[in-house]
Design a protein around this ligand. Structure first.
Ligand code: C2E
Ligand code: CA
Ligand code: CA
Length: 435
């Protein structure tokens, strides 16, 4: 097996392999093992790295004779596959992703190691190694985004990637020019239907006036490094919203979303401290929301940051709880104050018994760890009643209100909206078939 790092040397090696079979096709399969994070969260980075490297070593047995493998770090590899037809290359790719050994049994737990492959074919898609690798990389990105195991390069991939790069540079410019707004979505206490606080959510409208979803631009910002300046800008916008909340009588807490990269940035505590001090002076609390996905993989440095967040008196919320991460081991090491139950369970809790059970178990888990349970994605009166009856402390969702500009959110806070929600929920509660 060829043990090469991706770079000049591996490009030269690929180039040589391509020239070795004149008149034939060569499939370049760029593979990524997706179990790495989950395995690392459960068994530690060493076990995970050992498994991934053993897995790649073993691929030789599955691949047809004449294939070469290049390992690229812990969880990526390139397989080069001479073949007569594109169909034969795709058959071999399918065999790889269906490989038996992708099931790992450690103690009683069985893990499926998801392998995603991006495929580009020489000379059909590119006539030199460098371009071929880039095109396989595009195919891999697209496969991962569409959540399919194998992606084949098409010229469209290049066009889509170019559009993405344009969006990336537009986003960087928008952040530089402070063209990002922050809207606020209320969270209500289920015991008395009072507003407990708001979550700050970034909003970006491009110069053409098109609205881009944060589901799209936040991951883009994470990929291109713009997440740190975006986070500082959101903090600033939250500080600017302070005047809107002035005069509110009850207690309020504002929540900000923080990506792992921003948490570990050297300026994080400086920026968070400034925000926290200003909010505290106005009698407003602060919570940091981090996704479960990022907490599962938190290393010692991140955990130390989380302790520091708590020491400041800032709340810590585990966002999107239940979205795909099976390990709960990390929970005992995270000083969280709140769990936000992922909206995919909440929105259907009223109609699906299994989702209702999931919510019930998460609420019990939150109690056991001394955390409060927030139901997010409450988009109907039935969902509101379901999460209230299951013991959630707080609810957030379109049924209560969508996110709003700070001035409109403050006006909403002063209006009768909460009373209307309370009436709607209790009126519905009298209809026996609803929950
Ligand atoms: P999230 O933190 O889970 O935020 C809640 C998302 O759920 C928001 O989407 C909100 O509009 C949406 N939502 C609220 N109620 C409902 C409901 O009843 N039904 C449905 N279907 N959706 C509901 P949004 O604003 O599009 O944000 C998406 C994600 O983008 C956020 O998910 C968060 O992960 C990320 N994000 C947004 N702003 C920021 C930010 O300032 N910093 C970081 N790091 N991430 C952010
Ligand atoms: Ca959030
Ligand atoms: Ca969430």
């Amino acid at each position: 097996m060829s043990e090469l790092r991706h770079g000049q040397a591996s490009t030269r090696f690929i180039e040589r392999c391509l020239r070795q079979s004149p008149g034939r096709l060569t499939g370049l399969l760029l593979g990524q093992l997706d179990a790495f994070n989950r395995l690392a969260a459960t068994f530690g980075a060493d076990v995970s790295a050992r498994f991934c490297s053993g897995y790649v070593e073993g691929l030789r047995r599955v691949l047809p004779p004449g294939a070469s493998i290049i390992r690229l770090g812990n969880r990526r590899f390139i397989a080069l596959l001479p073949a007569d037809t594109i169909g034969a290359i795709m058959d071999a790719a399918a065999q790889l992703v269906e490989d038996e050994r992708a099931h790992v049994k450690i103690d009683e737990d069985e893990f499926v190691v998801d392998l995603t492959l991006g495929v580009a074919v020489y000379p059909t898609h590119a006539e030199d190694a460098e371009r071929l690798v880039r095109r396989a990389e595009l195919a891999l990105t697209e496969a991962r985004e569409s959540e399919v195991p194998i992606g084949m390069y098409t010229p469209d991939s290049t066009r889509r990637q170019a559009a993405l790069w344009k969006l990336e540079s537009d986003l960087e410019r928008a952040i530089q020019h402070r063209d990002i707004e922050v809207h606020f979505q209320p969270k209500i206490e289920l015991a008395d239907f009072r507003v407990r606080g708001f979550e700050a959510l970034a909003r970006w409208r491009t110069r053409s006036g098109a609205f881009v979803s944060p589901e799209m631009f936040v991951p883009l910002a994470e990929r291109c490094g713009a997440i740190v300046p975006l986070t500082w800008l959101v903090f600033e916008r939250v500080r600017e919203s302070l005047s809107a909340w002035a005069g509110h009588e009850g207690s309020l807490t504002l929540a900000v979303n923080v990506a792992p990269h921003a948490l570990k940035h050297p300026l994080f505590f400086d920026r968070l401290g400034t925000l926290h001090d200003e909010l505290r002076a106005a009698g407003i609390g602060l919570t940091v929301e981090l996704t479960e996905e990022s907490l599962v993989c938190a290393d010692a440095a991140s955990k130390a940051c989380l302790e520091r967040v708590r020491k400041l008196g800032v709340g810590l919320s585990i966002d999107d709880f239940g979205r795909g991460y099976s390990s709960l081991a990390y929970l005992k090491e995270i000083p969280a104050t709140e769990v936000k139950i992922d909206r995919r369970f909440v929105s259907t809790a009223a109609i699906d018994e299994k989702d209702r059970q999931v919510v019930r178990v998460i609420v019990e888990l939150a109690r056991a760890f001394g955390m409060s349970a927030v139901a997010e994605g409450v988009d109907s009166d039935a969902a509101l009643r379901a999460v209230a009856s299951l013991g959630c402390d707080t609810a957030q969702g379109f049924f209560i209100a969508r996110s709003m500009r700070a001035d409109l959110a403050a006006r909403w806070l002063r209006g009768p909206s909460c009373e209307a929600i309370r009436v709607a929920a209790s009126a519905g509660a009298e209809q026996p078939a609803s929950v």
